[in-house]
Structures are given as structure tokens and as C-alpha cells.
Ligand binder design. Structure first.
Ligand SMILES: [Zn+2]
Length: 544
């Protein structure tokens, strides 16, 4: 399997909204590996476009210097949240340029490229054409001032920048003029039959996305896709059209392939095995805002160039915080780095997992619930199982035969397929609910058998050992089920029980017997609500 997360844009730092996707993908990848699949997980920085060019210009340095700095920051943030890629590339790389050129040639050869004049706003002082977001003006519908070039925040109107009045370039503050330049377009309508069949194939896309494409795009002729930008533009120059550059959305998804390519070069792997062999399943994880790039343009590019099409595209919704859009002034626009300065990354992995149900609706990070839930579930239910029993077995062994536990282990073992199905469907909400129900029953058992009282009674030492052996086995089984979400906790559980072999999904079927117990180490800290408030306060401060 080849799995990707969408490429973060090089112009900004990773924030907790981004992390929903990277955590979701990392969980899915870890689950597939636990099931014994060979999986490679790739990502890269999305580097091209006007925004990078402008920022580098403002900072008085080469775009490459900016890219190197941001790539390092992104990779550090991901690693600290336990998100592990096989390779993290860049769309500004020789391998990406070579692949983009190759795919472009196939689009040309297939006769799917046309050239047309496009009228666009041009900033004379900055010397460049203006993307919609570098233009502000007065809304043509409601007359609200200071609205962006493509939509009005006040009334929701959608328009083109030349419909705005009092237009100003946000780059120079001057009034831009309308200029005409040739652009290249891919005639997407030529792919209609293919796209209709491909997007509607059961299992390819979530039903919400398949229906949205059928209703919003495929119900009328598909618009040609504008794939070029005139100079100056930070990107790859089109080989057969000097002075014209590939629009950033052409080379961005190719970054999935070039990351694979660079990894193959480093590891001696064969690129064709991953992108040209239909037995390799390709899975993309993306947010709903970029679904049409990945479900219309990208498959058309792959189809024409003869590479393997994605097996599935998994789409998620956006993150809200306390029920609202992340807000800089309210301190809920939290950078990954700010979070890490105050809180444990694992608990955010768990919280997001508990919220993600496999659909495309938005998920909410409620800061109050966050602390309460993590403390109740992870500390109160899961870790508790070990912390209340491991000390009574200190320096000892689990029983040589698994004791009678009234069927608890066996019943939990029988939930393995159900949990696996939930993981498969990205329904980690269901995974965590099942795991917590199992933890509740295990805790009831410990509560009823009360090893802390038993140990004070004469001749009950074996019974204490039996109760603790059961509790620790149930703990290990639950942490195994949660391993894709909480890999560190699962590893700690294995270390505590001296399990040397690498974890596998089937381990949930067999209790451990006779294992020597390592010293109990502190597994997870309670989330202090004051630390959560500190994250918000720091984020507000950073904004001032
Ligand atoms: Zn308006």
C-alpha cells in the first residue's frame, strides 16, 4: 500500500487544524502495518505559487532558503506528534520537475491541451499577475468594503476579481490593471466517461463526496482546467512554452510520486512497483476543500500518463475549536509547536481519533471536554488497569497458565474484527468507544476482585497474582487495539510485560503467560486544564 497525506503549503507553519489529517493518516498507516501489510507513507512540502514568491521577496531572500527552513520546521512538528513518513519530499525537486514534464507531455500528445487568452488583474508596481487572494475591493453584491478577490465574507457572494470595485492589490496597495495573457487549459470534459465511472465506483470515495461530484460537477459539461501561469511565477517553467509556468496545482499532487521516487533512490526500491503495478493500492488522505483537485484533475493526469489510479481517496472535514472556526484573536488558532510546549502530543492523537467517524463533517475540539475526556478515558480507564495492579506483581511473573477471568479476555478477543473494520473505514470514534467499553469491564473486574485487599489476607498470594495477570493481559489487549492511535502507550505496555516481538493484530487473541514484569513506569500524565489555558494564552500573545 502507498499512503499519502495532503502536502502542507511551505508558506505557513503546521497548526492543530492541519494535524487532524496527518494524525488520521498516521493511525490508518499504523493499523495497516499491524495487520501485516507492506505500507509506505509519503508526504512533501507544497512549495510553488505566488505566495511563496511574494514572501521570499518580502523577506529579501531566495525562495529556496525559505523552503529549506519551512521543510525542517514541518518535519520536526510531524515527528513530535508521532507522525512517521517513509519519506518527506518537496515539490521543488528535480524528480518532481521530471515527472511533471513527463505527465505534461502525455496530456499534450493525447490532444487534451488548448490555449486561450485570460484576463487577469496585473500589479504594475509588483510586476506580476495577481492571484485572487492578493486582491481586495468592494463586493459587487452587498457593497461591503475590503473583500477578497473571489468571495465576500459578508454576504457570501462568489465572483471574479474584475467584478469588484475600488480594487487594490494587497502586494503594493496600488490599483491593478486588467491584462490579457495566454493560458493553457486541460479539456477535462474529454475525460467525462472515465471520471463518471471512476468517481462513482463503490469504495472509491465516501458517498457524500461521490454524490457531490455527481451533482455539482458531472451534471454539466466539465470546465477546462487552467494549468498555467505567465511569468513571473515561482514554479516549473513549461518545457514547450517558455515564459509560462505550471500552476501550483499541477505539480502539487505529483509530489506524491516524486517523494516516492526520491525514497526509491535512497532505499534501492523500484518506483514502478509503487506507481505502475496495480497490486499496489494507493490511498490519498485529504481535506474536503481540495477534493475536486484529487477526484477530477489528478485521476485525469494519472490516467493519461498510465500510472496507477488511487484505490481510494479518504476525505475528512475541518477542525473547529469550541464550536467555531479557529480564531487568532481568541487564541484557538494554535500552532503545533505551541501545543507541544504545553501538552502531550499523544492525548491530542487520542482526542482526534475519538472524534473522527469516517465521514466528511467537521470535528470539534472542545477544550474543556478535551481535558476531561482524555483524563477519564486514558488515565482513568486504560492506564489505571496497569497502575493499580502492576505493583503487586513487582519483580514477579504473570501466571504460567492464564487464569479463569469469567470470559473477559475471550470476549474482548472476539471484538478484533469489528475494531479492524472500524479502523479500515477511518471510524476511529467507534474504535475508541469499543476500547473504552472493554476497559470499563476490565476495571469492574479489578474493582470486584480488589487485589489490594486480597494481598493482606493470609494465603491469597496466588489469587493476587491471578487477578493481576488478568488485569495486565486485558490492559495489554486494549493498548494493542489502540496501538495505531497511541503507539507510545502500546510500546510501554509491551515493555512492562517484557514482550520482545513486534506487535501484530493477532496478538489480541492470545493472553501472555509466565512473562517477567518490568518495573512500572509512569505511562501517561493527566491533562491539567491550566495547561490547556496556557496554550490559548500563548496563542493570543503570539498574535499581538
Ligand atoms: Zn458581499
Amino acid at each position: 500500500m502507498l499512503v499519502t497525506s495532503a502536502l502542507p503549503y511551505a508558506n505557513g507553519h503546521i497548526h492543530i487544524g492541519h494535524l487532524v489529517e496527518y494524525i488520521q493518516t498516521d493511525i490508518w498507516v499504523r493499523f495497516q502495518r499491524l495487520r501485516g501489510h507492506e505500507v509506505r507513507f509519503f508526504c512533501a512540502d507544497d512549495t510553488h505559487g505566488t505566495a511563496t514568491m511574494i514572501r521570499a521577496r518580502q523577506e529579501g531572500r531566495e525562495p529556496e532558503a525559505l523552503l529549506a527552513e519551512m521543510s525542517e520546521a514541518h518535519q520536526r512538528d510531524f515527528a513530535d506528534f508521532g507522525i512517521v513518513f517513509d519519506h518527506y519530499g518537496s515539490t521543488h525537486s528535480p524528480s518532481n520537475q521530471r515527472l511533471v514534464n513527463e505527465i505534461w507531455k502525455t496530456l499534450r500528445d493525447a490532444g487534451h491541451v488548448v490555449e486561450r487568452e485570460v484576463r487577469q488583474l496585473y500589479d504594475v508596481e509588483a510586476g506580476c499577475f495577481l492571484a485572487d487572494r492578493f486582491v481586495k475591493g468592494t463586493c459587487p453584491r452587498c457593497a461591503a468594503a475590503d473583500q477578497y478577490g473571489d468571495h465576500c465574507d459578508k454576504c457570501g457572494a462568489v465572483y471574479t476579481p474584475d467584478e469588484l470595485s475600488d480594487v487594490v492589490s494587497t502586494l503594493s496597495g496600488t490599483t491593478p490593471e486588467v491584462r490579457s495573457a495566454p493560458h493553457f487549459f486541460v479539456t477535462l470534459e474529454a475525460y467525462r466517461d472515465f471520471l463518471e465511472a471512476w468517481t462513482q465506483e463503490p469504495g472509491r470515495l465516501q458517498p457524500e463526496i461521490a454524490n457531490w461530484l455527481a451533482g455539482a460537477f458531472l451534471s454539466e459539461p466539465l470546465r477546462d482546467w487552467d494549468v498555467s501561469r505567465p511569468a513571473p511565477y515561482f514554479g516549473f517553467e513549461i518545457p514547450d512554452a517558455p515564459g509560462h509556468y505550471f500552476y501550483v496545482w499541477v505539480d502539487a499532487p505529483v509530489g506524491y510520486m516524486s517523494a516516492t521516487w526520491d525514497w526509491c533512490e535512497q532505499s534501492g526500491e523500484e518506483f514502478a512497483r509503487w506507481w505502475s503495478d496495480p497490486s499496489c493500492e494507493i490511498h490519498h488522505f485529504i481535506g474536503k476543500d481540495i477534493a475536486y483537485f484529487h477526484t477530477l484533475f489528478w485521476p485525469a493526469m494519472l490516467k493519461t500518463s498510465g500510472y496507477t489510479l488511487p484505490r481510494a481517496i479518504h476525505v475528512h472535514g475541518f477542525l473547529t475549536v469550541n464550536g467555531e472556526k479557529m480564531s487568532k484573536s481568541k487564541g484557538t488558532f494554535v500552532l503545533a509547536r505551541t501545543y507541544l510546549e504545553h501538552l502531550d502530543p499523544d492525548v491530542l492523537r487520542y482526542y482526534y481519533a475519538s472524534k473522527l467517524g469516517g465521514g466528511v463533517s467537521d470535528i470539534d475540539l472542545n477544550l474543556e471536554e478535551f481535558a476531561a475526556k482524555v483524563n477519564a478515558d486514558l488515565v482513568g480507564k486504560v492506564v489505571n488497569l496497569a497502575s493499580r495492579t502492576a505493583r503487586f506483581l513487582k519483580g514477579g511473573h504473570l501466571t504460567d497458565a492464564y487464569p479463569d477471568d469469567g470470559g473477559l479476555f475471550e470476549q474482548a478477543a472476539r471484538r478484533a474484527d469489528e475494531i479492524a473494520e472500524a479502523y479500515e473505514a477511518c471510524d476511529t470514534n467507534r474504535v475508541t468507544r469499543i476500547a473504552m467499553a472493554l476497559a470499563d469491564r476490565a476495571n469492574e473486574y479489578v474493582e470486584t476482585r480488589a487485589p489490594w485487599s486480597l494481598r493482606k489476607q493470609e494465603g491469597k498470594q496466588e489469587e493476587v497474582r491471578a487477578v493481576c495477570s488478568v488485569a495486565l493481559n486485558l490492559f495489554r489487549q486494549i493498548t494493542l487495539y489502540l496501538e495505531p492511535i497511541l503507539p507510545r502507550l502500546a510500546a510501554q505496555a509491551r515493555a512492562l510485560l517484557a514482550v520482545e516481538a513486534e506487535a501484530a493484530w493477532r496478538d489480541a487473541q492470545t493472553p501472555l503467560t509466565g512473562n517477567a514484569l518490568a518495573d512500572f513506569e509512569h505511562l501517561l500524565q493527566r491533562v491539567d486544564p491550566e495547561r490547556v489555558q496556557a496554550v490559548v494564552a500563548t496563542s493570543v500573545e503570539a498574535e499581538r
